[in-house]
Design a protein around this ligand. Sequence first.
Ligand code: NAP
Ligand code: HSE
Length: 435
Amino acid sequence: MVDQLRVGIAGLGVVGSAAFRLLERQADALAARTGCRIEVTAGAVRDRGKERGLGHTSPKMFDDPVALARAPDIDLFVELMGGDEGAARASVEAALEAGKHVVTANKALLAKHGLALAKAAEQKRVALAFEASVAGGIPIVKTLREGLAGNSIERVYGILNGTCNYILSRMEREELSFEECLKEAQRLGYAEADPTFDIGGFDTAHKLAILTSLAFGTSIDADAIHVEGIEGVTLADIKAAEDLGFRIKLLGVAQRTRNGIEQRVHPTMVHKSSALAEVMGVTNAVTIDADAVHELTLVGPGAGGEATASAVVADIADIAKGIRSAPFGLPAARLQKTEKLAMQRHEGGYYIRFSAIDQPGTIAAIAKRMAERQISLESVMQKSDPRAAGKPGAPVPVVLITYATTEELVRGAVDAIVADGTVAEKPQVIRIERQ
Ligand code: NAP
Ligand code: HSE
């Protein structure tokens, strides 16, 4: 343990400025808990003139984050700039090289370079900590790495992107457009600098890559994840899900299967009675299925300055206390490589919405293509559209829920139905997650 820990923060935006203020506000409590005075002695930003609400105690400022990372007057480098290359990568590498501990919230950087950075940290015997990189204020990294060390994990899955959950929740509750909800998420500081990272599912994939490594002892590899975003989810799906007892969430799922570790991010139907269905707004939730603990769900704020700063400060406090963990739970050389599994082999239930031509034999034709592939239907719903009443041949929504089957069979049936000419548009297919 040391008496004083000198911290340099690169990036004083939404998260960095909140972390700075939290460290100041909790300075005495942190000193009592850690036995060490934690002081932000330096920072780095692009624009020194910007008002950041840091009060009167402005730290020494650098323009170059790499120079800050190497500065002899800091012991710990906190990277809160974002980006998987450029200043973020260069400064984190420089800090580790200089033998400084690193704390970061940057899941994009970890998803791409996590293994190499973990090796560099191990070599220099310094900490590389990233609690804030997954699910904002939820202490999921520590839970998987330390709290569940006595478990064998079968599946880890959850709502990992606050922006998407916020958009889907508001679309459902207030029937607002996708664009309006996204704008509001940006205004509130939830979204990434480039929001396509959020809505395209890539931010969830970066977080899932970290969780998979911690849960299954694999070397982090975001390229092994199947990724779909929420751009294609319509109000019609949200309403049909509601009628059938489901809610749509963007989930990240990593699961042990007989073929290997399946990793996927996609809009998902969850039963309304499930814990995840209840999670609305910017809140995140992660569920872990494991042999000893059985099922554990952590729910909390997944984005925003204060909540994320809470996780950043927790990492800094661990370092102040002298706690050092292998970043991904195992020495980097022992992390196993994973393969990307083909989604065609995915097994589960499916929601399929057709825009079906309203004429005799349509439902029979759809059912025939399902039966040919031994796909069993749990429910079928056809809603008449008052605007189409009395217009034979007009399209009407037909929604099927299947029992567990394979993706290959479902896609085959849908392709055959499209070829039959009984539907007017490309059908919507959404996977259902068992809970
Ligand atoms: P942000 O508000 O855009 O802040 C980024 C900060 O980095 C700004 O202060 C910016 O300086 C500084 N910066 C960027 N490039 C720089 C460079 N080359 N040199 C010096 N300073 C530079 O971003 P944020 O939302 O705080 O996110 C920061 C990190 O936390 C990202 O990795 C993000 O993925 C992660 N994260 C964010 C949240 C969230 O809710 N926002 C939650 C969890 C994790 P200027 O202010 O001068 O422009
Ligand atoms: N853009 C991210 C989200 C920030 O919306 O969840 C938290 O990582």
